[in-house]
Design a binder for this molecule. Structure first.
Ligand code: ARG
Length: 590
């Protein structure tokens, strides 16, 4: 049953199916969805909460069969179809139906997962294709910690959806279009009259190049004039200008790719420029729907509930961020047939998203109810990264943090910690490097993901690299320790999976076992609510439950050795999948 076709490994849904049958038998005239929640009390593992709501629906009706919600609860309990999954049920208080799952069933399903693989527990979502628009830095400008957050959060969301069998288009919506390119191109021509001379080492720092050209633009009227004409020539498709633009984009791209490579993040670039040719047609369609009007020379869409209109064509006739985003949305819905389009940026951009989402609904591109029906759009906002001083994260007072430097430091610090623990003598240089990277980058990612994304978080190396508490280091070490328990037992775990039997005899084994099977519903919840912290919390609790089991139950050398080794292995497998979904590389030795 744990691999039920439409439920995946989701226990809540599997119980829901049983209760659905019972509800239909109990109140045939009412069309109610089963309300199932996990609970951690003494009375059960899950609870069905339909009785009270049902009672208020049926109490006024003539010929009612029940006298109060507890009676409704009793009837729902009685009508449950028989199932190996359930050990016992009881009705408590005003009609809560508590369900105790069968310990044997839990054990069997963990063992089944060990044989079929963790992917057999993957949740089922009711969509086929999604776009995750994330990272999305701007060409020639710095890629800052905000983009780092977007990259980390977006990658995790994409991984969780992919695990749930959704095809994900991982879109890097880079800012590669706009008036700033006129100035950059003119500056490039000035600096490098010979085009062949343009290359990374000659330009050096692209951000400094941007700054210098901006300064020239602001102070030299003749240059400004040339820059503005360059924009027109670029947009008109003149070869020389287009080539220069390509060159600048390519230099930026190389720098972005270095960060993505370190983080193990895969993205497909479809920048703003890609959508440019489609803008006139899309704005035209909106105009035909009567949505676009003229205001102070610009073309705008007025939206109820907002005190400013959405500008879709600027007064100089040019397009802007909103025109591009409306067009990209149109493209994703109609050309790419995406059902869920997810945008990951800082919360500061919330209004922009709210506004063009609303415009898309007015245009009839999206259903007006955005909660459950596809196609749908979601803005995944996140808070600021703060420094120790509580202000926006900077290295020095004014300087922005270079992401590559930040990742270097995380790695170097974790390497130093490993050396201090004597690993340099024990391991090869390669092992040391790989572990330092896994731990260092994992720590940066986990520190970002573990909090609710909307809250600001303080960037602190000492905290994130601490091997105690809720950190990636602690979790990675916990996993490595489990692997070493299995290694040291000298048993062939693949053999045990087939020949041994998993039994959850001790209460701490049962707690751990149930938690393992709750993996699927956790990922499903994290996906549906776009909240990676839900998965982090699950992983941390998993590790805590394991620790409790391990300190109270002897594994190697005990009478239950085989079963307990299987439980260790199942914990390691689930932990590794959590790491994978969070974009963290596991380590096997510490
Ligand atoms: N380039 C933008 C920035 O750096 C983020 C783009 C987000 N995606 C989008 N479709 N608007 O702020």
């Amino acid at each position: 049953m744990a691999n039920d076709e439409d439920c995946g490994g989701n226990l809540k849904r599997q119980l829901g199916k049983l209760f659905e049958v019972s509800l239909r038998a109990t109140v045939p005239d009412e069309n109610v969805e089963p309300l199932i929640a996990a609970c951690s009390g003494n009375f059960g593992d899950y609870q069905c909460n339909n009785a009270m709501g049902l009672w208020s629906k049926i109490k006024a009706k003539p010929n009612k069969t029940f006298r109060g919600p507890p009676a409704v609860g009793e009837a729902i309990k009685e009508n449950l179809p028989p199932s190996n999954m359930i050990e016992s049920c009881s009705v408590a208080g005003p009609g809560f139906i508590n369900v105790v799952l069968s310990t044997k069933w839990i054990a069997e399903n963990i063992q089944k997962m060990l044989i079929d693989g963790i992917d057999s527990l993957a949740p089922r979502l009711s969509l086929k294709r999604a776009v995750v628009d994330f990272s999305s830095p701007n060409i020639a400008k710095e890629m800052h910690v905000g983009h780092l957050r977007s990259t980390i959060i977006g990658d995790t969301l994409a991984r969780m959806l992919e695990f749930s069998k959704v095809e994900v288009l991982r879109r890097n919506h880079v800012g590669d279009w706009g008036t700033q390119f006129g100035m950059l191109i003119e500056f490039l021509f000035e600096k490098f009259p010979k085009f062949e001379d343009v290359n990374e080492s000659a330009i050096g720092d692209l951000q400094a190049f941007y700054k210098a050209s901006k300064q020239r633009f602001d102070t030299d009227a003749e240059f400004k004039d040339r820059a503005q004409r360059a924009v027109v020539r670029l947009q008109g498709g003149e070869t020389k200008y287009h080539q220069a633009w390509e060159q600048i984009c390519e230099l930026s791209r190389k720098e972005f790719d270095r960060v993505y490579q370190r983080l193990g993040v895969h993205l497909e670039e479809k920048g703003e420029s890609f959508y440019n040719p489609f803008i006139p047609e899309v704005i035209g369609a909106l105009r035909n729907k009567g949505l676009v009007e003229e205001s102070e020379g610009a073309q705008v869409i007025r939206l109820e509930g907002f005190n400013i209109p959405l500008i879709v064509v600027k007064s100089d006739g040019g397009y802007n961020y909103a025109s591009t985003d409306l067009t990209a949305l149109w493209y994703r819905l109609n050309e790419e047939k995406a059902e869920w389009i997810i945008y990951v940026t800082d919360v500061g951009q919330q209004q922009h998203f709210d506004m063009f989402f609303k415009a898309a609904k007015l245009a009839g591109w999206l259903p007006s109810d955005n909660s459950t029906i596809y196609p749908k759009v979601s803005h995944v906002g996140f808070g600021l990264v703060l420094g120790e001083d509580g202000k926006r994260f900077r290295t020095r007072a004014t300087e922005v943090v270079r992401l590559v430097d930040l990742l270097d430091e995380a790695k170097n610090r974790s390497k130093a910690a490993l050396i201090e623990r004597g690993k340099a003598a024990e391991w090869t240089e390669e092992e040391l490097e790989q572990t330092a990277e896994a731990v260092g980058y994992g720590a940066v990612k986990y520190a970002d993901l573990k909090n609710n994304r909307l809250t600001n978080y303080t960037f602190n190396f000492d905290q994130m690299l601490n091997d105690k508490g809720n950190t990636a280091v602690y979790l990675l070490y916990a996993h490595a320790r489990i692997c070493s328990i299995i290694r040291k037992s000298g048993k062939d775990i693949d053999d045990l999976k087939k020949t041994g039997e998993l039994v959850l005899g001790h209460p701490d084994e049962r707690v751990l076992g149930l938690h393992l099977l709750q993996f699927a519903e956790t990922v499903e919840e994290a996906c549906n609510n776009l909240l990676p912290n839900v998965l982090c919390e699950y992983l941390y609790n998993l590790s805590e439950n394991f620790t409790k089991f391990y300190s109270n139950c002897q594994v190697v050398g005990s009478a239950e050795e085989t079963s307990r080794l299987l439980l260790c292995e199942a914990t390691a497998v689930v932990m590794r999948k959590c790491f994978f979904l969070l974009g963290i590389v596991p380590v096997y030795k510490i």
